[in-house]
Write a protein of this length. Structure first.
Length: 363
């Protein structure tokens, strides 16, 4: 494998490091463990995330109270995660075939674009949900007039537009290339290293640092507001504890899923800017980027459980939706059983009459 080509990341060419000959001896071991481990992790993330997000979409779509600001952002978040998760099986096959892309040029660009869209759209929707919760809890009276479904839809459309713009470098520069070892890889060739460095730093800033500051600030203010308001403590202490747990879970999940990956991406960008790294640092970055990328991708599978299944309100909607389906199915089965029972009863009553008629004719 050419160490100057990044074949280990389905995202952008995040770690385009020039390894020296003394560092290349570990590349084979790195490729072997990635070939076995990464496809397994991608498959698990796909199964859990796809089922969870599909359940979210179904419940919100059939819910009578789905037209709210929170549900608007939640629906768009689930759709963003579903679009991204649909590309994971292709990347899993890519890893299992030793970075050999067999799905053609169009799918190479499409799958790369879906990853990039999710990196920005998912985090932006989470940020919007955090800001909306902040206004709804800290400023409940003012938020009634400022929060509207129409505005949430306009914000969501703007987020999709911005996320789509971020895929332009992927659509233009990502392509399939055949290397001397007969590997057809799905990679990005930028005109210069400054492209990769600039896009990586933009991803660090706009895709992690700024959203995390906004999310942490919103939930910190929410926690301070709830603890400083005696009425909340007196009226519903259990609800306060639940909200605080949700606050901690949201911030920690976002941080621990994406922070390690963005740290490695930042170190790779510094290396491209001329910072000299020791051999063990370069090897650690190359080996850990796929693992930490899986950790970041797992946020798409965690989101349904974090924002929906943990919430009491969503569990009630889930029970109403599937409880109603089970009730209809049970009623249908009961109707069929009743109909069968009536037919069986009629058959039992008709059999003796036929026997008597037969006996009278024989006599």
């Amino acid at each position: 494998m050419d160490s100057n080509r990044n074949l280990t990341s389905p995202n952008e060419s995040l770690v385009d490091l020039n390894l020296t000959d003394s560092c290349d001896h570990m590349s084979l071991l790195s490729a072997q463990y990635q070939k076995m481990l990464i496809p397994t992790l991608y498959s698990l993330i796909f199964l859990l995330g796809f089922l969870g997000n599909m359940l979210v979409v179904c419940v919100l779509f059939h819910s009578s109270g789905r037209k709210t600001v929170a549900n608007t952002y939640l629906m768009n978040l689930a759709m963003s995660d579903l679009l991204f998760l649909s590309s994971l099986p292709f990347w899993a096959v890519y890893y299992s075939l030793d970075y050999n892309w067999v799905f053609g040029q169009f799918m190479c660009k499409l799958c790369g674009g879906l990853v990039t869209i999710n990196v920005y759209a998912s985090i932006f929707f989470i940020t919007c949900m955090s800001v909306d919760r902040y206004h709804a809890i800290v400023y409940p009276l003012h938020s009634q007039s400022s929060r509207s479904v129409l505005r949430a839809r306009c914000v969501s459309a703007f987020i999709w537009f911005v996320a789509a713009l971020t895929t332009l470098p992927t659509v233009v520069f990502r392509d399939i290339h055949t290397f001397p070892n007969n590997i057809t890889a799905c990679v990005i060739y930028y005109p210069s290293t400054y492209w990769n460095t600039g896009l990586t730093l933009a991803k660090n800033t706009l895709g992690f640092f700024v959203p995390f500051v906004v999310i942490a600030s919103c939930y910190s203010r929410i926690a301070v507001h709830l603890m400083a308001t005696p009425t909340h403590l007196e009226q519903d202490s259990a609800r306060l504890v639940h909200v605080l747990h949700m606050v901690v879970a949201v911030v920690l999940a976002f941080f621990f899923c994406w922070f390690p990956f963005h740290v490695l991406a930042f170190l790779g960008a510094l290396g491209e800017l001329g910072v000299h790294w020791d051999c063990w640092v370069l090897q650690a970055i190359n080996k850990l980027v796929p693992i930490f990328l899986c950790l970041g991708f797992s946020n798409s599978a965690i989101n349904p459980f974090l924002y929906c299944f943990v919430g009491n309100h969503f569990r009630e909607k889930l029970w109403q939706f599937y409880g109603g389906m089970l009730t209809q199915k049970r009623d249908s089965i009961s109707t069929r059983l009743s109909s069968f029972s009536r037919k069986l009863s009629d058959l039992r009553e008709s059999v003796p009459m036929e026997i008597l008629e037969h006996q009278s004719i024989s006599a």
